[in-house]
Design a protein around this ligand. Structure first.
Ligand code: PLP
Length: 386
C-alpha cells in the first residue's frame, strides 16, 4: 500500500486527476495467481490496463498477453511479445488482426464456426465454448450466458475442433470465459461441468483455457481448485487469462475536491468523473473512496464529477470528514478498466499515470493535452492561417 504522504507528493508533482499504481501490489497479485494456479500458463488480458510500462513489467515476470484488437496486438509487439506468448480473442476479428496474429505466430481463440475458413494457414487455435449459464455478476459482464454473443455451443465444439484439424490447423483445445468480476467458485465449477461432458467426444486435449473473470475479492483458491480439476479431467495443460485480478488493487485514482453543494443531498464535486473512471456509471461498480485529509466532523456525500451528465458519479453515500476545495480523495481498486476505459469525452484530456516502486514515483503516461485529443482531426484552413 502506498503511504498517504507519497500519494500527496504524486498529486503535487503530476497534478490530478491522476492514476497511480503500486508495483508491489501488482507483483503480489501475480504471486497469488501463481500460488493458486500452480504451473498454469498466465495470459494477462491487457484490456484491463494496457499501459506499456505495466505490460513490460508483466512480460519480464514471464506472463503472456491476451489481446482482443489490432491495437492490443500492437502493444504486445511493442513490448517484445511474440509467438505463443500472444493469444488473440474476439468474436469478430478483422483481416488485420488475423494477419498480425499470423506474423507473430500467436494462438487464436476461435469464437464461431466460420472462423475455421478465416484463420491463416496452419494456425494454432483453441475453440471458445459458451456454457450457457447465468452467473452472479452484472448483466453486461456476463459472457457465458445463453443469449451472450460469445463462443460456440457445447454441441458445436467437437465439430469445430475436428474441422480445424481437417483444415490443417493446430487445434490445441478448448476455451471458456464466463464473465467478469465473479467471486464464487461455484459459478466456475458449473461452467467446467458443462465442458467435462465434452470429453467423451473430444478425447484428451493439449490445453484447457479457463479465461479470467475473477473479482477483486474472489475465492481464488476455490476457483483454482475447480480449474485444475477440469484441466486434469481432459489431461490438458491449464491456461488462465486474468485481467482485473492482476491490476485492480494496484491502481488508485487521485482526484481533488473542487467544491460542495447541498441540495437535499450532499454533493462533493471532484476533478475526476466518468471520463476518468467509467465503471460506476457503466456497471454500478463500487470503489472504496478514502479522504486524504483529516477532520472530525463526518458527513455523508455523493461524490460527483465535472461532466454535464446526471450519471457522472464516482460513489454515493460515502462517509467523509468535512472537505475543503483542494483536498485529495483516493478512489481505490481502480487499476483495472479505469485508465483503459477513460475517454476524452467533452475534450477532457485523459489523465496522467504514475508508478510507485516503493522508493519513488515514475511518470508512465503523461497527461494528455487538448491538442492530443484533436490531433487526428483536420483543422480548418482558415483557423490554421489565423
Ligand atoms: C476472453 C477474455 N479473457 C479474459 C478476460 C479478463 O477478464 P477479467 O478482467 O475479468 O479477469 C476477458 C474480459 O473481458 C475476456 O473477454
Amino acid at each position: 500500500m502506498i503511504a498517504r504522504p507519497d500519494l500527496l507528493t504524486a498529486a503535487e508533482r503530476f497534478g490530478t486527476p491522476l492514476y497511480v499504481y503500486d508495483a508491489a501490489e501488482l507483483d503480489a497479485a501475480l504471486s497469488r495467481v501463481r500460488a493458486a494456479f500452480g504451473g498454469a500458463r498466465v495470459y494477462y488480458a491487457i484490456k484491463a490496463n494496457p499501459n506499456l510500462t505495466l505490460l513490460g513489467r508483466l512480460r519480464a515476470a514471464g506472463v503472456g498477453f491476451e489481446c482482443v484488437s489490432a491495437g492490443e496486438i500492437a502493444r504486445a509487439e511493442q513490448v517484445g511479445m511474440t509467438g505463443d506468448e500472444v493469444l488473440i480473442n474476439g468474436p469478430a476479428k478483422s483481416a488485420g488482426e488475423y494477419a498480425a496474429g499470423a506474423r507473430l505466430g500467436a494462438t487464436f481463440v476461435v469464437d464461431r464456426e466460420e472462423e475455421v475458413g478465416l484463420l491463416p494457414p496452419g494456425s494454432r487455435a483453441l475453440v471458445r465454448v459458451n456454457p450457457a449459464l447465468s452467473v452472479s455478476t452484472h448483466d453486461h459482464l456476463a459472457t457465458g450466458a445463453a443469449d451472450s454473443k460469445f463462443g460456440v455451443t457445447p454441441a458445436q465444439a467437437p465439430g469445430v475442433l475436428e474441422a480445424l484439424r481437417a483444415a490443417g490447423h493446430d487445434a490445441r483445445g478448448l476455451h471458456v470465459h464466463i464473465g467478469s468480476a465473479i467471486r464464487d467458485a461455484s459459478d466456475f465449477s458449473a461452467a467446467f461441468a458443462r465442458l467435462a461432458e465434452l470429453h467423451a467426444q473430444t478425447g484428451d486435449l493439449e490445453v484447457l483455457d479457463v479465461g479470467g473473470g475473477w473479482g477483486v475479492d474472489a475465492d481464488l483458491p476455490g476457483i483454482a481448485r475447480e480449474a485444475r480439476t477440469a484441466a486434469s479431467a481432459f489431461g490438458a495443460r491449464l491456461w488462465v487469462e486474468p485481467g482485473r485480478y492482476l491490476v485492480a488493487r494496484a491502481g488508485t485514482l487521485l482526484t481533488r475536491v473542487v467544491g460542495t453543494k447541498r441540495t437535499g443531498r450532499n454533493f462533493l464535486l471532484t476533478d475526476a468523473g466518468m471520463t476518468e473512471l467509467l465503471r460506476p456509471m457503466l456497471y454500478g461498480a463500487e470503489h472504496p473512496v478514502t479522504a486524504l485529509w483529516n477532520g472530525d466532523e463526518e458527513g455523508t456525500w455523493d461524490v460527483a464529477g465535472p461532466a454535464c451528465e446526471s450519471g457522472d458519479l464516482l460513489a454515493r453515500n460515502v462517509r467523509l470528514p468535512s472537505p475543503t476545495p483542494g483536498d485529495l480523495l483516493a478512489v481505490g481498486q481502480a487499476g483495472a478498466y479505469g485508465a483503459s476505459m477513460s475517454s476524452a469525452y467533452l475534450t477532457r484530456p485523459r489523465p496522467a499515470e504514475a508508478l510507485w516502486d516503493g522508493q519513488d514515483w515514475t511518470l508512465i503516461r503523461r497527461r494528455e493535452t487538448p491538442q492530443d485529443v484533436w490531433a487526428a482531426e483536420i483543422v480548418p484552413t482558415a483557423a490554421r492561417q489565423s
